[in-house]
Structure formats: structure tokens, C-alpha cells
Design a protein around this ligand. Sequence first.
Ligand code: CA2
Length: 145
Amino acid sequence: MSQILLLHGPNLNLLGEREPGIYGDLSLAGIESAAKTKAESLAMTLRCLQSNSEGALVDAIHAARHDCQGVVINAGAYTHTSVALHDALRGTRLPFIEVHLSNVYAREAFRHKSYLSAIAIGVICGFGPQGYDFALEALAKHLQS
Ligand code: CA2
């Protein structure tokens, strides 16, 4: 059975509390719970972590190289700024999928740049929480192939 790390970056702990027009009304706990159910249906287990700290996210990626086979990451605003997350994901060589709840390309220009996309298996954005289901399905297929 594959173990997958589901990582969330800064401010995503506020999901469901504010900005429902952009990010929907589901809480992070709700998203993680639905993702765990989806992962089980694909014979995968999910380890979930959210942090507002870039270093903690880097540490979690490093730790995953010992016991995970893949990563699903919504790095929040660090997507657009973090060479450290790029290097951590590149360094572990774990296959990963980048997810965003909103369609970042329909938003401000600074959200169009991602430090992660070029080394990801793929990127899913604009589908809200359903994007995590798509990502887990894609990762399951990738790991089987
Ligand atoms: O669309 C996404 O999933 C984002 O990764 C969300 C990030 C944003 O910086 C990215 O450009 C796109 C921001 C998450 C902030 O979440 C909040 C939730 C509720 C209230 C305030 C912020």
C-alpha cells in the first residue's frame, strides 16, 4: 500500500472561515477527511500536514522520503516564492502533484509563477476541493505505471 503526504502551506488553516467566494466553504479538516476517504478507495494511506512555516514544510518533505511514495502539495503563497520547497521536492525525488483550489491563472499576475510546476508530475487548479481527488487518482495511476 502506498503512503502519500498531503501538504498544505500558509494560511490554508483559515479555509472555511474567510474568503468563501475564492476558496469555498469547506474547512481544511473537511478537505483532509475527504482526501483520506478518497485515498483509501485507491488503496493508499494519507499523512496530512499544514504549516505556515516554510522550514516545517521542507522538513516534512525530507521526512517523507523515508516512508512515502508520493506527495500532493498545495503550497499556498510559497508556490510563488519558494526555491527552498523546489529544492526539497527535487532533492527527495518523490513524485508530486501541485494543487490549487482557485484558478491561479485567472487571478493576479504574481500567482502565475510557480517554483514547483516545472518539476511536478502535473498541476491541478481551479476545481476547488475536487482537485485533491483528481490529484490522488493521477498519483495512484503514476505509481502503478
Ligand atoms: O488557490 C489556492 O489553493 C492557493 O494555493 C491558495 C493560496 C494562494 O496564495 C495561492 O496563490 C493559491 C492562499 C491560501 C489562503 O487561504 C485563505 C483561506 C481563507 C482565508 C484567507 C486565506
